[in-house]
Design a protein around this ligand. Structure first.
Ligand code: SAH
Ligand code: SF4
Ligand code: F3S
Length: 441
């Protein structure tokens, strides 16, 4: 046991956020306590992301800043983990240029952290231990969750889709589904502990079960989780359009506790670009899917991810993206400039798009998306939604925020006692990014 303090800083997606909760749980089981900031930490861990270049650059900048801290505190241990560390080229750069780093580990051996810390203590050289892929799924890793009313839960790991722009299959390994019994055990445990909302995580949750002997589908899993008493909200991400079945649409429609929200990235509107991206659906198939979902579940919110400036994207191709946006009426969208990722097929494609063109298209995309989000939000005025209260608003400490089942951010007057509770909020006014209302009975 130790009385040392740790600090974890996390970049990237919810998968990484949840991995950090596991790292936190492991360190606590070793007796570590959480530090308030970098200055009073004995162990600093960066959990990194490299999905786009800017994510990667931020991490290098932050590792650079640790040099000064390390000079001040000779006992400080610095560990870097996460997706960036799965790339040999990145590890080589750190080994050569960032001597302030003590330990490097990857996305597949988080559970080995106690051993790594012990081995490092005995050696004093930079310790690098990264696995190419995971073997069996490791269950029962202690987890210190960030919130006590909402929780992330892995239902699968890795990705087999190999979208040509994306580095994730190379950093997270091959797709593996967790056993349904283990998932249900965890859901039941969370319900007993008082959690109200769970988010099921996977790079493509719709292909859940394909690697299992029992061949359970995602829709079947959802129906089982819906039966668990106490869990009021079930969220999941991400859904790949190519694998979204009717069976799943019906499960979302029928199950009371499943949030009426789907995150359904379409990435690009042109069939030529979709093919080059290896997305395995056409614009028409995506739009048909969207109409079908809306027909079955009229109140559903649909959000998406869009990439602009993929290699070979012409003005006409980009217009197809805008066309999908106009027809789909997304509630919101994450928008990205295509970023070259070494090691992916798209990085080697000819006809890369100049930055200036990417930025112009990006702006046009936002100008198309924002009025649609605003219009969608306007339709909520006068309606009442159940909202899970999360905390004090960032800009105004008399206001609290929470999310609707459809994942819209809502501001309203409340007090501390409401945090973690589900309340009814009537919407009075809206902006592009949020709704404002009041708690009603
Ligand atoms: N598995 C999820 C999430 C993948 S990463 C999914 O398939 O949706 C999240 C988003 O980042 C992707 O949906 C994509 O829009 C974006 N992204 C991934 N690689 C990118 C790249 N090289 N350049 C720009 N955006 C990228
Ligand atoms: Fe990346 Fe595509 Fe896998 Fe998502 S489905 S993680 S975008 S390769
Ligand atoms: Fe997530 Fe970034 Fe890895 S988006 S899976 S943390 S590369």
């Amino acid at each position: 046991m130790t009385n040392k303090r740790y600090l974890i800083e996390t970049w990237g997606c919810q998968m990484n956020e949840h991995d950090s909760e596991k790292i936190s749980g492991i360190l606590r089981s070793l007796g570590y306590k959480e530090a308030e900031n970098r200055n009073n930490a004995d162990l600093i861990i960066f959990n990194t992301c490299l999905v786009r270049e800017n994510a990667e650059l931020k991490v290098y900048g932050n590792i650079g800043e640790l040099k000064r801290l390390k000079r001040k505190n000779k006992d400080l241990t610095v560990a870097i983990c996460g997706c960036m560390m799965q790339k040999k080229e990145v590890r080589d750069v750190i080994r050569e240029k960032y001597k302030q780093v003590d330990i490097i580990f990857g996305t597949h051996n988080i559970h080995k952290l106690p051993e790594l810390l012990e081995n490092y203590r005995q050696s004093d050289n930079m310790l690098i231990d990264v696995w190419e892929d995971s073997g069996e799924i490791i269950e029962q890793i202690p987890t210190k969750r960030k919130y006590d009313y909402k929780a992330f839960l892995n239902i699968m790991y890795g990705c087999n889709n190999f979208c040509t722009y994306c580095i994730v299959p190379y950093t997270r390994g091959r797709e593996k589904s967790r056993n349904p019994e283990e998932i249900l055990k965890e859901v039941n445990r969370l319900a007993k502990e008082g959690f109200k909302e769970i988010t099921l995580l996977g790079q493509n949750v719709n292909s859940y079960g394909k690697t299992l002997n029992s061949k359970m589908t995602f829709a079947e899993l959802l129906r089982k989780i819906n039966e668990v008493d106490g869990i009021k909200r079930i969220r999941f991400m991400t859904s790949h359009p190519k694998d979204l079945s009717d069976e799943l649409i019906y499960a979302i429609r029928d199950c009371e506790n499943i949030c009426k929200h789907i995150h359904l990235p379409f990435q690009a509107g042109s069939n030529k670009i979709l093919k080059l991206m290896n997305r395995k659906y056409t614009k028409e198939q995506y739009l048909d899917l969207m109409y079908k979902i809306r027909q079955e579940i009229p109140e559903i919110a649909i959000t998406t991810d869009i990439i602009v400036g993929f290699p070979n994207e012409t003005e006409k191709d980009f217009e197809e993206t805008l066309d999908v946006v106009r027809k789909s009426r997304f509630d919101s969208a994450f928008t990205f400039l295509y970023s070259v990722r070494e090691g992916t097929p798209a990085a080697k494609m000819e006809n890369q798009i100049p930055d200036k063109v990417k930025h112009e298209r990006f702006q046009k995309l936002l100008d198309t998306l924002h009025p649609i989000s605003y219009e969608n939000n306007k339709r909520t005025i006068g309606k009442t939604f159940d909202v899970l209260v999360e905390g004090v608003s960032k800009n105004d400490d008399t206001m609290y925020t929470g999310r609707t089942g459809t994942n819209k951010l809502v501001h309203f007057k409340a007090n501390e006692e409401f945090i973690g509770k589900i309340v009814n909020v009537k919407i009075n006014s809206v902006k592009t990014w949020s709704l404002q209302g009041e708690i009603v009975d």
